[in-house]
Design a protein around this ligand. Sequence first.
Ligand SMILES: [Zn+2]
Length: 307
Amino acid sequence: MTETRKVVFIGGSAYSGSTMLDMMLSNHPAGFSVGEVNALFQPFRPHHFKPQCGCGLAACNLWQEVRQAGMDRLYSKVFELHPQVKFIVDSSKAPFWIEKQARSAAAQGYEVHHLLIWKPAAAFAHSMLKRGEDNWARNWKSYYRLYYALFPQHHSVSYEALAADPAGSLEALCRLLGLAYQEGQEQFWGKQHHTLFGNDSAKIHLFDGNSAGYSSHEQELVEADSAKHRNIYQDKSYQQALPAEVSDLLRSDPEVQLISSLLEQAAPDPQKLAEAAFAKQRVLAGRLVAHLRNLAGRLLGRYVRVY
Ligand SMILES: [Zn+2]
């Protein structure tokens, strides 16, 4: 009997460490990272229209082949092109993408897993405010409320716990997913990933000074921050840097409190989870907005950042 192939979906808000977790898991001889592959099929920014493979090799035409195969055949195409691969990690994060793709993967006989990586609300607020985006609270809550409505069965992964003990945390996660942890697997830069899109500050760790496909700008980034290079860490300076009204809101908002307590449970309490989850109508409205966004992305994303 052959072992069932798996697809692992990573959910999480922006800046949650999903690209890093994706590459850590798939840094396994039987693993394969597809990164934020949703943007290949549902592009919404100019660079999505000319995808550059994470491996940096100009001759790599993996994503052209995958795009041709179509959304439904995405994972089976990767399995077909890479017969040694037994599990794929998809860190697209977008809840409706995960919903559709998980259903399709399950129908094709693959074992499906859902991981939700998170950082504290304060860290998210800090990352958003730094970029001049002040609607962080609504953003943060909506992501989780929708995710909870769609995926009540998931495993919650704390980025801070992962950064504090990468090997131990990853070993536990592998066990959960039915994979044999490989010594040193957390050092994800050891492999030539083909990861698509995702977070550049995670992908910069793949750069070893001789890698193909990296610009002089990226070289400079590595040199400027060489202490952090190939070093998994959590910068906790956000705790001091938050404006008082943000800290107040974090302490007083009951929804932030509820979601934060759910995130801290690896397998959250179903009743509490249902309390936090969006109601059916709200999910429906979100679905409509997502369709419109995809449409706008397809039409305009070539020229501007649609969102
Ligand atoms: Zn490639």
